[in-house]
Design a protein around this ligand. Structure first.
Ligand SMILES: *[C@@H]1O[C@H](CO)[C@@H](O)[C@H](O)[C@H]1NC(C)=O
Ligand SMILES: *[C@@H]1O[C@H](CO)[C@@H](O)[C@H](O)[C@H]1NC(C)=O
Ligand SMILES: *[C@@H]1O[C@H](CO)[C@@H](O)[C@H](O)[C@H]1NC(C)=O
Ligand SMILES: *[C@@H]1O[C@H](CO)[C@@H](O)[C@H](O)[C@H]1NC(C)=O
Ligand SMILES: *[C@@H]1O[C@H](CO)[C@@H](O)[C@H](O)[C@H]1NC(C)=O
Ligand SMILES: *[C@@H]1O[C@H](CO)[C@@H](O)[C@H](O)[C@H]1NC(C)=O
Ligand SMILES: *[C@@H]1O[C@H](CO)[C@@H](O)[C@H](O)[C@H]1NC(C)=O
Length: 793
């Protein structure tokens, strides 16, 4: 795929501008040879659930379902749940095939059924819920230094304690030959590791080593979703043919590779966050998308294999937890002590867009780095406009060359719309010129290809008003750059007014020290949390913008058939990139504190995250250039060095999450689906969502006068000490009080406090306010963000 980078970003554009059928064709039937190009990257969302596919297909077409069973009701005549599931399936269909039997991730199985079979199955005894399979979207030389990892001693892969920690990456596969998976100097594979290296096309057991210790693939669900008339077979292999999985895996734990770059850009030593750790790939994504039934199979196996951290750079629209199979699989992983780190999504900056927001998941948004890839466009009138590009090949001549707007270079007089559609440009008008194309309708790198193929010398790609001022760099196949909307308009004005317009593009390479950084990446999905507004999401942000990491070296950076350039490293952006950063940083904490729960590790990452720059100004939102809020960055930007010594943590165990499900008023069946066990809520107990021991606060006032209490328990994981509380808020109409205000801890001691938020009516049409709470012993500060919303009815 194309890799590049900003794809995800383009996703929202892509969705709104491209007719839906086109997407369907691209995603499902893949009729075009350059399919990899298309597909989107990373995360999120799209509406591709089966109902779409259904409408197009004949009545007999089978649909894949994920079936949740009440294992507590399994008749004792069955020795194993797999026999029971089979017998249920056989009782409603002679022909239905068991795609997967799940052992750990959910209690249940997946299968493809006709409409009638589905109706029958739903009413079978022991069946809790039957959910249609869904397609999920896939949602760093600089980052280790940016994160201060060079300040942590003992990062030598041979001695680093993280060598016992295994990260499972559920993604598009792995390119084992990448130097990022070199195992030189690594000790024996951890003894409790149960995974295997699954052989397949162009993949043998010798492709795994002491770094890449497991690789498997799951494709039955995706295959079942393909049009039955299509002979296309997915290659049976864990090998990455897309790039996303290799990039994510190397970001989390890649071995150091000196002098890594994309055509010399972003050059430096590429390394993962936890270079000593091991990685296992569960390939569940095909042709750029992933079926939930396959994802669950990967999670199921990762639990059995004994991974410590699961990294999932993929997602879909947020739904209730009992209908969200990814959240259910993550619940099972959490119960096995596995921290599950997920991409928050790339559907920002609109609010309520965050996905993977279950409280037992670590939800990671994206921040920018202090690095950019600047260019400028110089016009015949002497004016200069800055842009960005990953093009770093043969430059344009230093002299000015003729420059034309694509809308004035149409092969079909009067029909050209400036978007550089295939076949729309007249070679006679374009040859020897730079062409200005508007964004939209066609992939950005494909526009470069189109202009080049009709003899253009270069391209300037202008954002439309909707794309805004942030231009998208790409590894174009010829001299091309991107500019924001306003600059694009100014250039057009010149092109329309000068009888003989000229220009050139100057490429300036890699620029470091860009300020302000980090900023919240504009595409990063935002809160509030649609499903449980009382849980603040995303949890935190990590680098996810212009990240260099390993890539299959049989792929080109554009994914264009006509692009002969093969690369070892690729620059990509998305919460797909920030998620594996946090997965790798969780390894570092886990390796120093092997007994910590996933919630304790997340708490350490969150309470030590920063939300201001050194000058005490709040981190900026790159979408608005204004101060960002906890709905954008959660607890703030990850600071791994501080996270190793958080002082106090907010811990959570399975029972706490079960109480949370009770507080949500889930029915017994809904709880059983999520928790995979019968659990009875105590009718005498007052369950409250606000008492989930979360390291952040999302306060939802039900009226202009309201009082809300949250209770929390801190566990001392540092030295004995006395912590004092301080609070702040940007809204004087909200009173915040904490009781007690001082907590003295012995080693390992737990202490609780209650925080009360009172709003007194002078809301003045503000719908959101923010604040913060800090416990400090004078050295260690334990920070929590607070976000207030009003739900007035
Ligand atoms: C099946 O999919 C492949 C790969 O995308 C495509 O090349 C082929 O044309 C498709 N065949 C049919 C019959 O749709
Ligand atoms: C098979 O693997 C080799 C590396 O061992 C690679 O060069 C080649 O491109 C791969 N072929 C395919 C089809 O992936
Ligand atoms: C680093 O990489 C560049 C381009 O990839 C290459 O020209 C250069 O020789 C390399 N330098 C070293 C020290 O390997
Ligand atoms: C990247 O390359 C440039 C130019 O070749 C060089 O000046 C710079 O030191 C390199 N940066 C790193 C981090 O190696
Ligand atoms: C170029 O296109 C613009 C807008 O589409 C139009 O206003 C202008 O007159 C055109 N210029 C020429 C020389 O055709
Ligand atoms: C930032 O705030 C801290 C604590 O309030 C203060 O000690 C420090 O001097 C401030 N720094 C700047 C640059 O204002
Ligand atoms: C607050 O919400 C109301 C109702 O949704 C809306 O009309 C109003 O514009 C919002 N105010 C602000 C400041 O966002």
């Amino acid at each position: 795929m194309n890799p590049t980078i900003y794809k995800q970003i383009s996703l929202s554009t892509f969705l709104t501008q491209i007719p839906f059928q086109y997407i369907q064709r691209k995603l499902f039937n893949m009729k075009t040879p350059e399919k990899p190009l298309v597909v989107i990257l990373f995360v999120i969302v799209i509406l591709c659930d089966v109902s779409l596919a259904r409408s197009e297909k004949s009545e007999n077409k089978k649909i894949t379902y994920i079936v949740h069973a009440a294992k507590s009701t399994m008749p004792s005549s069955f020795d194993h749940h797999s026999f029971w599931y089979k017998s249920i399936l056989n009782s409603i269909s002679k022909s239905a095939e068991m795609l997967y039997t799940y052992d750990k991730a959910i209690n249940g199985f997946s299968t493809s059924l006709t409409v009638e079979e589905h109706e029958l199955l739903k009413s079978q005894p022991g069946i809790l819920k039957v959910t249609p399979d869904k397609k999920y979207k896939l949602h760093t030389t600089r980052t280790p230094k940016f994160l201060g990892l060079d300040k942590i001693a003992s990062l030598n892969p041979v001695t680093e304690k993280s060598s016992d920690v295994v990260v499972g990456v559920v993604d598009t596969g792995i390119w084992p030959e990448s130097k990022s998976f070199d195992d030189t100097g690594y000790g024996p594979i951890p003894r409790n590791w149960k995974g295997i290296c699954q052989t397949g096309i162009n993949f043998t057991t010798s492709n795994c080593n002491k770094k890449l210790i497991g690789a498997r693939f799951y494709r039955k669900g995706f295959e079942a979703s393909l049009d039955s008339t299509n002979e296309t077979k997915l290659p049976k292999t864990p090998r990455d043919d897309f790039g996303h999985g290799t990039h994510a895996a190397s970001t989390a734990v890649g071995s150091p590779v000196e002098n890594a770059s994309l055509f010399g850009l972003a050059n430096g030593t590429a390394r993962g966050m936890a270079i000593g750790a091991r990685v296992a790939m569960y390939k569940v994504c095909w042709l750029g998308a992933c079926s939930m039934s396959d994802i669950l199979a990967g999670i199921d196996q990762a639990i059995v294999d004994n991974v410590d951290i699961l990294s999932l750079s993929l997602g879909n629209i947020a739904t209730n937890y009992f209908e969200d199979n990814l959240a259910i699989g993550a619940f099972a992983a959490m119960e096995h002590g596995i921290l599950v780190s997920c991409a928050a999504g790339n559907t920002g900056p609109s609010s309520l867009s965050v996905s993977n927001a279950a409280p037992w998941i670590t939800t990671v948004g994206a921040g920018t780095l202090d690095r950019d890839f600047p260019t400028y466009v110089r016009l015949g009138n002497g004016k200069k406009y800055s842009g960005v590009s990953f093009y770093n090949g043969k430059y344009l001549p230093g002299t000015l060359v003729p420059f034309i707007y694509a809308g004035n270079a149409s092969s079909d007089e009067g029909k050209g719309d400036g978007t550089c559609l295939p076949g729309s440009l007249d070679p006679k008008k374009v040859a020897g010129k730079i062409v200005l194309c508007d964004r939209g309708k066609v992939e950005r790198v494909e526009k470069g290809n189109i202009v080049k193929s009709v003899g253009g010398l270069g391209m300037v790609l202008a954002n439309t008003e909707k794309d805004g001022e942030r231009p998208m760099p790409d590894a174009h196949i010829f001299p091309a750059t991107a500019v924001g909307f306003t600059d694009g308009q100014a250039i057009k004005k010149y092109l329309f007014s000068d009888p003989n317009p000229t220009g050139t593009i100057v490429f300036e390479g890699t620029k470091l020290g860009v300020e302000p950084s980090p900023a919240v990446a504009f595409f990063s999905s935002r809160g509030p949390n649609l499903i449980t507004p009382e849980i603040l999401k995303p949890d935190l942000i990590a680098p996810g913008f212009n990240i260099l990491a390993a890539y299959p070296n049989n792929l080109s950076p554009t994914g264009l058939g006509s692009d002969p350039r093969l690369i070892d490293f690729q620059i990509m952006s998305g919460t797909s990139m920030s998620c594996p950063h946090v997965s790798g940083l969780a390894v570092l904490i886990k390796s120093v504190h092997p007994d910590w729960s996933p919630a304790a590790i997340r708490s350490a990452l969150m309470t030590t995250a920063y939300k201001t720059y050194k000058n005490n100004q709040t981190l900026v939102d790159d979408a608005t250039k204004k101060p960002a809020t906890p709905f954008d960055f959660g607890a703030g930007h990850v600071d791994p060095v501080s996270a190793l010594n958080p002082g106090l943590v907010y811990d959570l165990r399975v029972d706490d999450y079960l109480s949370f499900l009770c507080a949500l008023d889930y029915t017994p069946a809904q709880i059983e689906i999520v928790a995979r066990r019968k659990y009875t809520c105590d009718p005498k107990k007052q369950y409250s969502v606000t008492n989930l021991n979360y390291p952040s606060f999302a306060v939802v006032f039900k009226g202009e006068h309201d009082e809300i209490k949250h209770t929390r328990t801190l566990t001392n994981v540092g030295a004995e000490g006395t912590y004092k509380v301080s609070i702040n808020s940007d809204n004087p109409a909200i009173k915040i009080s904490v009781e007690p205000k001082v907590l003295s801890f012995k080693k390992k001691e737990k202490k609780s406090y209650t925080i009360t938020f009172t709003t007194s009516g002078s809301k003045q049409n503000i719908n959101q306010s923010f604040g913060g709470l800090e416990w400090s012993d004078g050295r260690t500060v334990v920070r929590s963000p607070i976000a207030f919303t009003w739900k007035l009815q």
